[in-house]
Design a protein around this ligand. Sequence first.
Ligand SMILES: [Zn+2]
Length: 194
Amino acid sequence: MSKTEADYLKKIQIWWLLKDMKNRLIKEGEIFWGENGSEGSIGYKLWLTPDFPRLALSYTVGEEKKEIKYVIPIIQTDCNFGSTRFWFQCSLYKNGERCGRRVGVLYKTGDYFGCRYCHELTYRTRNQNTSSAHHGLYECVKLSKKMEDLQEKVKRFTWRGRPTKKYRRLLQIQARLEGYYRALDAAGELGPKE
Ligand SMILES: [Zn+2]
């Protein structure tokens, strides 16, 4: 299996997708990469309706413009203090089994979007002169890995009305991660763009 570097990939980040969803449950549109979609674009429709929150994607691939349509479930988790978090649930199959991982970013390799595990991404700092943005991306990956490991370990979120130690750690990492992503996005290092 060849490995792919994540920085060249198209990606969809949940926080980006949700940033104008405060007062609505459904939206649809297109996601572009590159200048005016020079690197590609996809159509999407997003539902945050409680029955089945989901993201539907549709686009064409290859010379023959094969049409691809599928749905990625969105998982909602309750945080303390009344807030809610959303995640993509990776819908790719490997060896006949659905991945199902809860992730904040989907990457495209080949024809589909899925989590980084499924795509066996590798990230590396290229050399000492890597731009700070690339370094940031590398940090992001380390942090997301940490966060995902922690997510598996967090058995309970509160104990006697207070966030547990592991859960507090998770929230801290999450906040750092979001900070990185925002910085990277501002630096123009990450798609998608509207
Ligand atoms: Zn996956």
